[in-house]
Unconditional design. Sequence first.
Length: 100
Amino acid sequence: MTTEQTNSSSCCGGSGGSCGSGAAAEVRDSGVTTVYKVSGMTCGHCEGAVSEEMSALDGVTAVKAVAATGEVTVTSAAPLDEAAVRAAVDEAGYELVGRV
């Protein structure tokens, strides 16, 4: 599990990406691909936290989070339950806005 963060401040104090780069797994071309909008991500650490929680969902084969756009692209074997996605994003300390 990850350390809980508040949505009003980033993990890096709003530094705009000073604590890392890039997110987790590379997105693959097989399965169902869904793009979600997540608020509160500001840096590579944020991307990693969201990617880690999303990757733990059953059926997820790849996750790519991009703090600059707030988008998280998820590839899974089948469509994901939105409540499970919301819970994973919440666990990472961010807010699921919806699908893009």
